[in-house]
Ligand binder design. Structure first.
Ligand code: C2E
Ligand code: CA
Length: 399
């Protein structure tokens, strides 16, 4: 940071026009600007100087890139405070859009305001408990029997209806609300599982997605302990889906955490496997139960021989590590056939069914199984599942 500050001071030419605002966050005042283009050229020159400069720390050399948000007087504000706030908004947008630098515009103002509104609506949604869990079935590829369900969160926004998670999870993570919502999702999945059990339905294990922030939280193990502590049967009903990148980020910590969680009887799956950079030596050390093959691989599988080889490699790898392997996003019979041929254990995807609310999951999938026994499903194969899911009348006649 000292070296960066020296370089920036040299570039700006006057240390009084430069400030350090945060750990790696600087501000510069350019007092006289003839035209917008001059600022752009200047900023580009500074960014290049930064990138070209080899920063030496101990014996290592680092290259550093920067992102810049710019606000111009008087269009982007007539006071120092407004200019400063708007430069921050432009910087945020530059980071989000992977642009090197961005000038503040009314559009950026709109986006920032829109995000602010969404943040407030999400805070309200947490208070008013507007989140819902949907369940998507997973089945055994060879037998077609239901094996488990994945819980997928939805936000029932009173203004616009159901909102998919990709639209709000990143904001829950940014604002820290994810801890509360994540805890709720765990509790709700366990509650549904126990309700199925008590109703004499063949309750299947429910997989809950866990945000990287939750896993990094020091209290995560205690949280799981508390969630399953409400009933002795709860642990057997819970699986956690964690992304590969997150686990590999701090392998030693992940091993310790996952070991503690598995010791409680909860299963662990790696989500979207193949998209991150798992180290094979670590993979064998991780306490895991399942690898989930990412949808992108399932798509590629039918497109090229290499795609097929990749899926085959993941399945073999999983089996040699004694892990169960689940293919995600299976949409076609051809994909299902190939996966079966390659020895994949389970599949999940629109071919079997989308995620549905708990009451539909119960009638569509659980009531088809003999009571009290989730392992002896009645379904002959994926085709039968699809038909069975269509209506009660069809199901009744099949029974
Ligand atoms: P994911 O864990 O990879 O979940 C699978 C996503 O693929 C789901 O989208 C599911 O509806 C969709 N999907 C399933 N089968 C198919 C298929 O055959 N074709 C296609 N095109 N898509 C399929 P969804 O429900 O929108 O969830 C998106 C992501 O949001 C999830 O990705 C997961 O990372 C995250 N998420 C969902 N629920 C939670 C939650 O409770 N907590 C956290 N932290 N993240 C969640
Ligand atoms: Ca998942």
């Amino acid at each position: 940071m000292q070296q960066v500050a020296r370089l920036l001071t040299r570039a700006v030419g006057d240390a009084n026009l430069l400030a350090r605002l945060g750990a790696d966050h600087f501000a510069v005042v350019i007092p006289e600007v003839q035209q917008e283009g001059d600022v752009a050229l200047l900023v580009e020159r500074w960014m290049k100087a930064l990138l070209d400069h080899p920063f030496g720390v101990n014996t290592s050399t680092f290259r550093i890139s920067a992102r810049v948000g710019i606000s111009l007087f008087p269009d982007a504000g007539s006071t120092a405070e407004a200019l400063f706030k708007n430069a921050e908004a432009a910087l945020k947008q530059a980071k989000a859009s992977r642009n090197g630098y961005l000038f503040y515009t009314p559009k950026i103002a709109e986006m920032t305001a829109g995000k602010f509104v969404l943040e407030n609506q999400l805070r309200e949604a947490v208070d008013k408990q507007e989140f819902i869990l949907y369940y998507q079935p997973k089945v055994n590829l060879a037998s077609g029997k239901l094996t488990s369900a994945e819980a997928l969160i939805r936000w029932n926004d009173p203004r616009s209806g159901l909102v998919p998670p990709d639209r709000f999870i990143p904001i829950l993570e940014e604002t820290g609300l994810i801890y509360e919502v994540g805890r709720w999702a765990l509790g709700k999945a366990i509650e549904d599982y126990l309700r199925w059990q008590s109703a004499g339905l063949p309750a299947v294990r429910i997989a809950v997605n866990v945000s990287p922030l939750q896993l990094r939280n020091r209290d995560f193990i205690a949280e799981i302990e508390q969630a399953i502590g409400i009933d002795a049967r709860a642990a057997a009903g819970l699986e956690l889906e964690l992304t590969e990148g997150l686990i590999m980020e701090d392998v030693e910590h992940s091993i310790a955490t996952l070991r503690a969680i598995r010791a409680m009887g909860v299963s662990i799956a790696i989500d979207d496997f193949g998209t991150g950079f798992s180290s094979l030596s670590y993979l064998s050390k991780l306490p895991l139960d399942t690898l989930k093959i990412a949808r992108s691989f399932v798509i590629d599988m039918t497109a090229t021989p290499e795609g097929l080889a990749q899926v085959s490699t993941i399945i073999n790898l999983a089996h040699s590590l004694k892990l169960k392997v689940v293919a995600e996003g299976v949409e076609t019979k051809e994909q299902s056939r190939l996966l079966g041929m390659l020895g994949c254990d389970e599949m999940q995807g629109f071919l079997l069914g989308e995620a549905v609310p708990d009451e539909i999951f119960e009638t569509r999938y659980l009531e088809l199984l003999p009571p009290g026994d989730a392992s002896r499903g009645v379904c002959a194969g994926p085709r039968r599942w699809r038909r069975a899911g269509r209506s009660r009348a069809v199901r009744a006649s099949e029974k």
